[in-house]
Design a protein around this ligand. Sequence first.
Ligand code: ADP
Length: 480
Amino acid sequence: MAVLDLVTLRWVAFIYYAAFLILLLLIRQKHKDVPGTLSWVLFTALIFGEATIALDNDLRRFSDFVHVGNAVILFGYMFLMVGCVHFTRSRLPKKLLLYISLFIVGTGLLSYFTQVPTLIRVSFAMSVIIGSMLYSIIILWRWNGFRSKTEKNFLMACLAIHLLAFIVRVYVNAASVTFNFNPDVVDSWTSLTLVVTNACILMSIHLMITAFKHQRLEDEIRARYDAEMNALSSLQKVQEANESKSRFMASVSHELRTPLNAIIGFADTIQAGIAGPVNEKQQEYLGYIHSSGEVLLRLINDVLNFTTLKENKVSIRAEAFDLTQLVAETIPMLDSILTKKSCKLVTDFKSKEQFPVCADKIRLQQVILNLVTNAAKYGPRGGVITVTVETRPDVVRLSVQDQGPGISAKHKSEIFEPFLRAGQESLGEEGVGLGLSICKTLMQAMGGDIDFENRAEGGSTFWIDIPREYRSESDLEGYI
Ligand code: ADP
């Protein structure tokens, strides 16, 4: 067996351990949250310390060197153990660790003071064997945490090399006693096996940390995925519940409309005297039946409109027409509400003026009716409602100004949301909070827009933008 150059080997060990110490420091810096890394830094620092001492030949000749060097390695391996125990987050009995440490330190001290060489070997072997064994056990224990095959294979290879080097060391040392080997040969082999085993240990530590991180990342991703799936299924449930609610409302409203029309119709017939003479009091009461029926019908129509819009059942039939003409046709339909609130409706455009637009006439009329009705409903009795029309790039803007309270900042964002009534719930004006939401859906379906602003002099202006030219189906996709 050729004698290995001891000095070179010591230098190799020194550079090796210096590199490992730097590596471990970097790992610690990057993965502070991985348990055990601090102890592993100390482990590398101590074996690096031993390698530094070993470089000095004078020191090596010093008779106590073997004790100093062994003590440093011994503590190093103890930190390797502690790091491993931390890493597993296991509840390995601390007392057991204490007893092992006391045993190792005790035999070390005893061997030092009594100068018994076998004791030196025992304490040294114990620390190295226990430290290494524990590290192997931890790898196997953590085996399930290594989900990547490459990591597993690398670790197994490290472990195998480590154990092999360890066996060589034990063999060389044991054989040296029997066959009286040249001490330099024994020393060389021991140093070499130490370099190899430590290299394997450090590699494994790095792999274990990586695997730990991967595992944690995977767990996080899984947890997030589960949370998202849960949220999704809750959302689906809410959507389903919403749809069945809409279907229920639609069918109920539909069923209510027929008898209600009959009530209004028969009230009209009786009022007209077709079924015989009606006195003044009866006329008055029939009037109440009629107007209440109308209010109820409007509400039911709102709900029906909303549900059919939500189910995308409405089709938009865009055509080109003059907006002033449509406004002129719509004004008479507002008579009853304007009379009821004694409001005056003024338009600021000349009847001959033309504003060509391209939209669904019936749907647009529905929107205008809604805006003017709201202006009357929420405006003061005897107020003035102004309808203006102006041409803008690509659109014609129709605005409805009122002298009402305007929309408070608090409710600005919810005004177009279904069923939200911006504080009107308890103020007595009839409604269900669907009108503006329907208007918005319709305007968007026609390729237009709707919004409002509060006026400085009080009241609000609701405006709609109507396209001047036909917008292709694809422009409107997603609305209807
Ligand atoms: P509804 O009139 O049935 O409540 P809308 O969707 O038409 O439903 O209106 C939603 C809410 O917006 C109303 O309850 C009201 O509080 C507010 N609002 C609508 N138009 C006006 C307006 N011109 N002036 C003040 N508030 C208004």
